[in-house]
Ligand binder design. Structure first.
Ligand SMILES: *[C@@H]1O[C@H](CO)[C@@H](O)[C@H](O)[C@H]1NC(C)=O
Ligand SMILES: *[C@@H]1O[C@H](CO)[C@@H](O)[C@H](O)[C@H]1NC(C)=O
Ligand SMILES: *[C@@H]1O[C@H](CO)[C@@H](O)[C@H](O)[C@H]1NC(C)=O
Ligand SMILES: *[C@@H]1O[C@H](CO)[C@@H](O)[C@H](O)[C@H]1NC(C)=O
Ligand SMILES: [Zn+2]
Length: 676
């Protein structure tokens, strides 16, 4: 026994030293940790002068498209010195499975792309960011002279490990490694991806406490998705920052690649043009190429150009390029795969589909109609649609009104002039569908269109995030409860229509807010006292944290009363100066902070009823002065999963891996015969 063990040990030693030797002699590859600092030169560029996008440790599906961009950065951080000459001479090579290196042009059989040159300013410190005056001069950013080449629409046909190397300057080189894994086949006919924007586990717990009855502290039932087969954790940080916005987190879900703040399904290069950044193929584009008969649906309570839906239909460095995003839905982008043209599109954002804000004044309702869409603009017409044509529903300019304004305080929508036909009339809350109406109609239509090939649906509860940013907790709870009811109705619909066993359902968030509850509050006591000590004592903790007064007696899944005296003592870990009284804003949406007299910092809003201005508890800012709302936080988010393939989602994984897991579940990993 002892001898065997020794033999194994010594063999292993020999193997690993032989391996180390061969690695150092044939490869310049070295995994480099991200550097320290708040102001990276450019996302995912650990080398001092070279950047390759997609960056190191990227993963691809065999045959999935991507753009490759190499950038070389000449600069001197000592800004009193001139900018060095750009690196115009460089060589880019590729190799597979540690084989011989070959020129990128030759390997992908493409002409050498033209050399591009530009400069950008690298803001490398807080002082440069704020333009701090030092020695009588503002601290200036570093001028970076860039030379670059971009190869468009590449793919790795086969599984394996690949390296891309750029050699530049007298002796320098930088190498990145990609993997193209081979995975087993597994099949779900349909996938429904519910994204509850900005929702953390604390919000799930709070929504349960608000919506579900309990006796002796035991719940009668949980939220609908809490009985799902599996539960996992998703790590949400972006390619180059701790906290993410919805653009790069949705891109990670959509493409399998992490990105930077504001970027949609591209890696960010340093050039000015927001449309020339290296693109990566999205799950929706891959479905169109590999399973063209599968139906695709996009549903959101936000405007359709907003980050989460946009990541599934567009490629841009700037999430605010709403006009072009609208156009890309049906027209796509040049030199890339075909546009997604979803079978179902149910959103807000009318102002970018018609009228002065739409791209070149185009009437996209007409353009969508020409592509065979039935276009609807209110809840009644949506519910009445029973056809088989593609369906476009746009119900409001901007984001749809939230559940409160669609159901409780409809009068708050009088005078919004937000009608989706751009007539200047109002889009009344009662005329707008909710997430449930849209999701069920999407399922009906997708089933008709996808038939045996099934469907992929992304359905987003967008305003959980939007209401958490402004600490409008009752409205945020209602948005999440609406998602809960929607998922319950979805499961019922799937069972009734014979699709339940074939459908993978995912319920996740794109990132967290640092929301939690630390007790309950007596609102009357709080507003009935003037001195701060008494006000603080309105909060009950531990043994005094009795239940809030929400009750759902009519069984519709929503509490019947949204303004009980005892409510949750809730908040997030960050915010600008504001007041908190946990009142429900009845007359308008909450806006806790406004621009102060100095025009630079934010102060509590005198109109903030939920904060009970100067009578509620004072909350002091812990944010940089440019932030007028609470910001996202970095904790991992939940992912509940149910049905075929749900085992894949029961662990802790990174946001980019969701794409690969969905692709595996839908059997999208292998190139079709037509492709090769
Ligand atoms: C970049 O900056 C350098 C130094 O300021 C300048 O000489 C050069 O012309 C600039 N290049 C471009 C493409 O703007
Ligand atoms: C919009 O107009 C600009 C300027 O005339 C033109 O370059 C562009 O191609 C137009 N875009 C579309 C989608 O029509
Ligand atoms: C809404 O406004 C209408 C017309 O101004 C009014 O008659 C109605 O009472 C209002 N409803 C509520 C719930 O305030
Ligand atoms: C906040 O709620 C308390 C208790 O219901 C009430 O007395 C007070 O007037 C409310 N404040 C505002 C600004 O609505
Ligand atoms: Zn947000």
């Amino acid at each position: 026994m002892k001898i065997t063990l020794l033999t194994v040990f010594s063999l292993a030693t020999i193997c690993s030293s032989a391996l180390a030797g061969s690695t150092s002699s044939t490869s310049s590859y070295k995994l480099r940790p991200d550097p320290e600092g708040q102001f990276p030169r450019l996302g995912a560029c650990p080398d001092a002068h070279a950047c390759i996008f997609p960056p190191d440790v990227s993963q691809f599906i065999p045959g999935a498209y991507f753009d490759l961009r190499v950038e070389l950065h000449a600069y001197d951080e000592d800004t009193s010195k001139p900018t060095p000459a750009p690196y115009t001479q460089f060589k880019t090579t590729v190799r597979k499975n540690n084989g011989p290196w070959s020129d990128v042009n030759r390997y992908f059989d493409l002409p050498n792309p033209k050399l591009e040159e530009w400069n950008f300013s690298w803001v490398n410190s807080i002082d440069a960011h704020l333009g701090t005056i030092k020695d009588g001069k503002p601290v200036s950013p570093v001028n970076v002279a860039v030379s670059s080449r971009a190869w468009r629409k590449l793919k790795f046909k086969e599984a394996g490990s690949y390296e891309i190397k750029v050699e530049y300057g007298p002796k320098q080189s930088y190498t990145v490694k990609y993997t193209v894994p081979k995975k087993p086949k597994q099949k779900a006919k349909n996938v429904i991806l519910f994204i509850s924007d900005g929702t953390n586990t604390g919000m799930i717990t709070a929504a349960r406490a608000v919506a579900k009855a309990h006796t002796s502290g035991k719940y009668h039932e949980f939220l609908s998705f809490e009985s799902f087969d599996n539960l996992g954790h998703v790590i949400t940080n972006s390619v180059d920052s701790l906290t993410t916005d919805s653009a790069n987190s949705a891109s990670a879900y959509s493409t399998g690649h992490k990105s930077s703040v504001n970027a949609l399904s591209v890696y960010c290069d340093s050039s000015e043009d927001p449309f020339d950044d290296p693109k990566v193929e999205s799950i929706t584009e891959l479905i169109r190429r590999r399973q063209p008969n599968k139906a695709i649906g996009i549903v959101t309570t936000a405007y359709g150009q907003d980050a989460t839906p946009a990541a599934f239909v567009s490629h841009t460095r700037k999430r605010s390029t709403y006009q072009e995003i609208s156009d890309q839905i049906i027209n796509g982008v040049p030199d890339w795969t075909d546009p997604v043209i979803p079978d179902v599109w149910l959103t807000g954002g009318a102002e970018y589909f018609k009228g002065p804000l739409s791209l070149n004044g185009t009437d996209y309702y007409k353009e969508f109609s020409k592509k065979g869409y039935k276009v609807v603009q209110n809840k009644k017409d949506l519910n009445n649609y029973n056809g088989k044509d593609k369906l476009m529903g746009v119900f409001r300019q901007g984001s749809l009104d939230v559940w409160f304004e669609r159901n409780l305080y409809v009068n708050n929508t009088v005078g919004n002039k937000a009608a989706p036909d751009m007539s200047g009339k109002d889009a009344l809350g009662s005329d707008q569908p909710g997430l449930e109406d849209m999701t069920i109609k999407a399922l009906e239509t997708l089933k008709k269109r996808g038939g045996d090939d099934g469907f992929f649906l992304m359905s987003e509860a967008a305003s959980v995030d939007k209401k958490l940013h402004v600490f409008d907790f009752p409205r945020a709870f209602a948005e999440l409860v609406e998602l809960d009811v929607t998922i319950k109705k979805t499961v019922e619909w799937l069972k009734k229509n014979g699709e339940y066993e074939d459908t993978l359902i995912l319920v996740t968030a794109d990132h967290a807010h640092s929301f939690d509850v630390w007790g309950s509050v007596d609102r009357n006591y709080l507003s009935g006292h003037v001195d701060n000590t008494a006000k603080l004592n309105s909060i009950g903790v531990y043994g005094q944290s009795g239940w809030p007064g929400y009750f759902d007696t009519n069984g519709d899944g929503f509490p019947d009363n949204w303004t009980p005296n005892i409510v949750l003592a809730a908040g997030t870990s960050n915010g600008p100066d504001h007041y908190e009284a946990w009142n429900t804003s009845k007359d308008e949406i909450r806006n806790p902070s406004i621009t102060g007299p100095d025009k630079l910092t934010y102060i509590p809003n005198p109109e903030d009823a939920a904060g009970d201005y100067q009578k509620g508890l004072k909350w002091n800012s812990n944010l940089p002065t440019e932030e007028n709302q609470g910001v996202h936080s970095m904790s991992d988010v939940f992912i509940y999963s149910n049905g075929p393939g749900s085992d894949l989602f029961k662990k802790t994984f990174e946001n980019w891996d969701l794409f690969f897991k969905m692709a595996e579940a839908m059997d999208l990993l292998r190139p079709t015969k037509k492709e090769n």
